[in-house]
Design a protein around this ligand. Structure first.
Ligand SMILES: [Mg+2]
Length: 183
């Protein structure tokens, strides 16, 4: 077996806005001093998975890809999410058909190499799972997800409304549509 044949393909998935709904905080909500109308869920009560997520992940796996979660989660460090509540929420994602979960817990000002748009989590996963990034995909709802994918040389899919400007290779309305377009 040659070296390249032993590599696997992966789909990297953002969490908030892809697997679960964002939470609408209304106008004027500040997070880290900046206005954010839509945020991650801060509690189990606020956590709602999107429809067909489990089915979409199963389809992605049937197509031969590892499913790997790569998520920025600064809200514990900033005090917006209780650490135990964060773990309870992550248990919901650990129960999904995902092959690995990576969470960057740093704040933007920490300047780490894993916080998207940096590709650190994707590169760690590549090394841990022997992934061929050039045959892999990054799926996210923000342009920073697309940038992380491009920095790691994956193909990119953005989950967004039809009118949204994006540099992603593909645009879809939801994760099931993304799963269906994968080769
Ligand atoms: Mg997101």
């Amino acid at each position: 077996m040659t070296h390249s044949q032993s590599l696997v393909d992966a789909v990297f998935l953002d969490r908030d806005g892809v697997l679960n709904h964002l939470v609408d905080r209304g106008e004027g909500f500040l997070l880290g001093g900046k206005p954010f109308r839509y945020t991650a869920p801060f509690t189990m009560q606020e956590l709602r998975l999107k429809p067909n997520v489990e089915e979409a992940l199963e389809l992605i796996r049937q197509k031969g890809y590892l499913c790997i979660l790569v998520t920025n989660q600064p809200d514990v460090a900033t005090g917006h999410i209780d650490p135990q509540e964060f773990e309870r929420m992550m248990d919901v994602f650990r129960a999904l058909p995902l092959d690995a979960l990576y969470a960057c817990m740093h704040r933007p000002k920490d300047k780490c190499s894993c916080r998207k748009p940096a590709p650190g989590m994707l590169l760690h996963a590549r090394d841990a799972h022997r992934i061929d990034l050039s045959r892999s995909y990054m799926i996210g709802d923000l342009e920073t997800d697309v940038q992380a994918g491009k920095a790691a040389h994956t193909k990119t899919i953005r989950v967004c409304d039809e009118g949204t400007e994006t540099s992603a290779d593909h645009r879809v309305l939801d994760i099931m549509q993304a799963a269906r377009l994968l080769p």
